[in-house]
Design a protein around this ligand. Structure first.
Ligand SMILES: Cc1ncc(COP(=O)(O)O)c(C=O)c1O
Length: 477
């Protein structure tokens, strides 16, 4: 129990005052049992007689009930609120804090409360089989992991498993020494900004873009340069003349449109980076979820100049709350990335890393991946079938057989009409989320980002029926 004695007068008076103040402030709630006198005396290093005297005084004044021996309980009094004068602002926030306030001012509307079907991007697939398997791995790791086995770049076993996985699935050749385990793609982006970007340095982002990359880089103070994308991904011919420091791209599955960066553009991008001596951050966030054929090899696999910082995450394959991802670091940046990681948070949590390494080693990870891919494919097919049946030609689908989300463009909609559709759908229990916040400039057409990962096939069927009804309503309105 935290009690501050004020040093004024006899000890038992001091203790009585401190306890009264805590009771009146509500810090010790009504009904709470006070510690036994012997225990409190020991804790405060005072005599038990002093504590007994203080308790007697409090009892006499009605602050506590009960008798010595049977426990002393705080009476039900009207507590007065803490007299803190808390300011909600600080005089001089850092430039970072100011910029972060600005970029975090907007958010993709989170309107999920009370919705029957929410097509919000980023919601996880509920998977009890994974939860159980993960629970077992965690329990085991908690017992067997050497807790002081701290390795700055991440546990060696996990880096080794990551390299095997990358070679097998993504065509990326890397040694464990090239790999840095980080707490999510978000940390990788922040580390890249720290290591490579000064305030005011140009950084290229795709248009439309991944909102959290945009926010992190803007808060860091980068001068963001948006380069358009089309159905083949980033339009490399529109990259700026002035050399940027960094280019952030999602080549395997552009976020959010789903475009796959064509081979010619991959080569163009690598040539550009070489010519301009800049770095590429390849965010391969859901490269493992392709439903047509084998996943495309990562851009990093074509990188002969060692200019691509490759980032992959376990957030999509496992779940976002895991907060584990990995970077493949170009040799020239390795020491700086390790410094930045150490000074940020030293290392990632060891037990989770050990559990994940074993999950990968014993095949559970691959089994889960296969099952998740099958389920997501079925959900995606249902979404498309539902759109074709209920939305028909009123929407245009961007159909890349990959990932956990899809974009549909609304035909004949301007921004106010799209807003009205989203509001109407929301009123009727359907969460729709516009594309516009993902653009640096106002988009030419109105679209919706449909995250289908968290809804079952049956739910998606119903959601699409409801979507069709919303579109019907808008036609009549
Ligand atoms: C484009 C993109 N990159 C990365 C991530 C994953 O980020 P993290 O690894 O920080 O969870 C996501 C997930 O939502 C994403 O959409």
């Amino acid at each position: 129990m935290f009690l501050e004695l004020d040093g004024q007068g006899p000890l038992y008076d001091q203790l009585t005052r401190a306890l009264k103040a805590s009771i009146l402030d509500g810090r010790i709630a009504a009904g709470t049992q006070l510690p036994p006198t012997r225990e409190l005396a020991h804790e405060l290093e005072i005599s038990r007689t002093t504590v007994l005297a203080a308790y007697e005084q409090l009892r006499a004044e009605g602050y506590i009930d009960g008798r010595v021996g049977s426990g002393s309980f705080v009476s039900h009094l009207q507590a007065r609120p803490l007299a803190h004068h808390v300011s909600t602002d600080i005089d001089a926030p850092s430039r970072y804090a100011e910029r972060a306030r600005k970029v975090r001012n907007w958010d993709i509307p989170r309107m999920h409360r009370g919705l029957r079907y929410n097509l919000e991007y980023g919601y996880p697939m509920i998977n009890p089989t994974l939860n159980n398997a993960w629970g077992r791995e965690l329990a085991r790791a908690a017992v067997y992991t050497r807790l002081n086995a701290v390795e700055l770049a991440g546990l060696g076993v996990l880096r080794k498993q990551t390299c095997d996985y990358l070679a097998r699935r993504r065509g990326v050749q890397a040694e464990p020494d090239d790999v840095l385990i980080v707490t999510g793609t978000q940390q990788a982006i922040n580390l890249a900004a720290r290591v490579l970007v000064n305030e005011g340095d140009p950084v290229v982002l795709e248009e439309p873009h991944y909102f959290l990359a945009h926010q992190a880089l803007a808060a860091h103070g980068a001068e963001l340069v948006s380069v358009r994308t089309d159905e083949h991904g980033l339009i490399c011919s529109e990259l700026p003349e002035q050399s940027p420091r960094l280019i952030y791209v999602t080549p395997s599955h552009h976020f959010p449109t789903g475009a796959v960066l064509s081979m010619q553009r991959r080569l163009d991008l690598l040539h550009y980076a070489e010519r301009h001596q800049c770095w590429i951050l390849e965010d391969d966030y859901d490269g493992e979820f392709r439903y047509d054929a084998h996943p495309l090899a990562a851009l990093r696999s074509l990188d002969e100049q060692d200019r691509v910082i490759y980032v992959g995450t376990f957030s999509k394959v496992m779940f976002g709350g895991l907060r584990l991802a990995y970077m493949v670091m170009p040799a020239a940046l390795r020491a700086d990335f390790l410094n930045a990681k150490y000074l940020t948070d030293m290392v990632c949590p060891v037990i989770e890393q050990a559990a994940l390494a074993r999950f990968m080693e014993d095949g559970g990870f691959e089994r889960h991946l296969r099952a998740a891919r099958k389920e997501l494919k079925a959900r995606r097919e249902m979404l498309i079938a539902g759109l074709k049946e209920h939305a028909r030609d009123r929407v245009e689908i961007t159909d890349t057989p990959a990932g956990m989300h899809m974009v549909v463009w609304l035909r004949g909609y301007d921004a106010p009409r799209r807003e009205a559709l989203v509001a109407y759908a929301h009123e009727h229990g359907l969460g729709l989320h516009p594309m516009s916040p993902l653009y640096a400039r106002a988009p030419e057409r109105q679209g919706l980002l449909l995250g289908y990962c968290s809804l079952s096939v049956n739910e998606l069927r119903e959601a699409m029926r409801l979507f069709g009804q919303c579109l019907d309503y808008m036609e009549q309105a």
